[in-house]
Design a protein around this ligand. Structure first.
Ligand SMILES: NC(=O)c1ccc[n+]([C@@H]2O[C@H](COP(=O)([O-])OP(=O)(O)OC[C@H]3O[C@@H](n4cnc5c(N)ncnc54)[C@H](OP(=O)(O)O)[C@@H]3O)[C@@H](O)[C@H]2O)c1
Length: 362
């Protein structure tokens, strides 16, 4: 398999490279990409020798090009280079590991080119689920979910017509037991201290608000073609059951594994309903899924702006859900049949959410 790793310098990217290094007989690295982390990408190229390296957030720089060439990789610049490497004839598989809406165009380019797409960038399906799935049907691309919950469902899923519902498990994040009144004072460091995983900062905040689970519900809707009522979320603090599928005959198939190999044998499994007063973002995501059209695109964009403002200290933790809810109340939904429509809805929601963040700070 000749693999392009989009977002190679991130948490998903580094885990992917770790797996690749252990199975050098099965994977060849075709391309590694980062946005602006030139030095970290160069280090990865020295270790893994991909044919191409891409810095999507930097303009041409001859000195950098020379240093990458010395490491054996051809360096390309700018976002269009992402589409170019994923669609290349010699690339057979793509790890979509860019964070946020920025990953949509390259993920869609890989799907349109008919590649095997390992999907970590859930935001692509949240923003443009119908577009991406239609493109996969047209090109014959294979979409393999990397999110552990979806991968678990994928492994437990048999005949769709015999399925009653799927159950996505959630750890509940760092604030599972924090009273809702105390949430307004939490800091980015507290929000990023996930009890079970180490991940990028955006997804860590999404886990703390449970927007991550909301995005996963929308992702599951597209991956498994299910109605919102057939996708349930339960809190499972041990994160051992990755997800479950319930069949019409009442049987349940679950996929289990220890989140950390240092934890001894599986002893306790507990499940509880999410408290929507503590986690309003989950409710907002379900509302967007039910509303359809561009509502999930608006939700995703407002969330990215609000999370960025929270991480920069410009918005309180509870302001995240407020900004998303108000953005969605303010903007009408529209069609998302083409990429241009998706990007227009995304842009409008970003501008509205940014204005709401400013108003809250004033
Ligand atoms: N982390 C996990 O365990 C996990 C689990 C399941 C799903 N996911 C999903 O996987 C995706 C990646 O998450 P992560 O935690 O790995 O993120 P991360 O650690 O923040 O890494 C993000 C990667 O994307 C690149 N990037 C950032 N902005 C970009 C832009 N505008 N254009 C192109 N590339 C850009 C970064 O490059 P620079 O270094 O140059 O900024 C970096 O390589 C997310 O969609 C997340 O929801 C993550």
């Amino acid at each position: 398999m000749s693999l392009a790793v989009l977002g190679a310098t991130g948490s998903i990217g580094r885990s992917t490279l770790d797996v690749v290094a252990r199975h050098a007989d099965r994977f060849k690295l075709f391309a590694l990409t980062a946005h602006r982390s030139a030095e970290r990408l160069l280090e990865l190229c020295r270790a893994h020798h991909p044919h191409y390296a891409v810095l999507s957030g930097i303009g041409a720089d001859a000195a950098l090009e020379r240093r990458f060439a010395e490491a054996g990789s051809e360096l390309l610049f700018g976002a269009p280079a992402l589409d170019q490497v994923v669609a290349h004839d010699r690339c057979t598989a793509v790890m979509a590991g860019i964070v946020g809406a920025a990953g949509l165009a390259s993920t869609l380019a890989a799907v349109r080119a008919g590649k095997r797409v390992l999907l970590a960038n859930k935001e692509a399906l949240v923003m443009a689920g119908s577009l991406v799935m239609q493109a996969a049907r047209d090109s014959g691309a294979l979409l393999l979910p990397v999110d552990s919950e979806h991968n678990a469902v994928f492994q437990c899923f048999s005949e769709k017509k015999s399925i009653r519902k799927i159950v996505l498990t959630a750890s509940g994040g760092p604030f599972r037991q924090t009273s809702p009144e105390k949430l307004s004072g939490v800091t980015p460091e507290q929000a990023c201290a996930h009890p079970n995983w180490v991940m990028g900062r955006k997804i860590s905040v999404d886990s703390a608000t449970m927007m991550n689970k909301g995005l996963e519900v929308i992702e599951a809707r597209w991956l498994f073609d299910l109605a919102p009522e057939a996708i349930e979320v339960v809190i499972h603090p041990q994160s051992i059951v990755h997800s479950m599928v319930e069949y019409l005959d009442g049987s349940v198939i679950a996929q289990l594994s220890n989140p950390d190999m240092r934890v001894p044998a599986i002893k306790n499994l507990s499940f509880e309903e999410p408290d929507l007063a503590r986690f309003p973002c989950l409710e907002l995501a379900y509302a967007a899924l039910r509303a359809g059209r561009s509502a999930p695109t608006l939700l995703n964009a407002a969330n990215e702006i609000a999370v960025e403002a929270f991480l920069a200290g410009r918005l309180g933790f509870t302001g995240i859900a407020r900004v998303i809810g108000e953005t969605m109340d303010e903007l009408p939904t529209g069609p998302v049949g083409a990429l241009a429509e998706v990007l227009a809805a995304d842009g409008k929601a970003r501008a509205t959410a940014a204005a709401l963040v400013m108003a809250q700070a004033a």
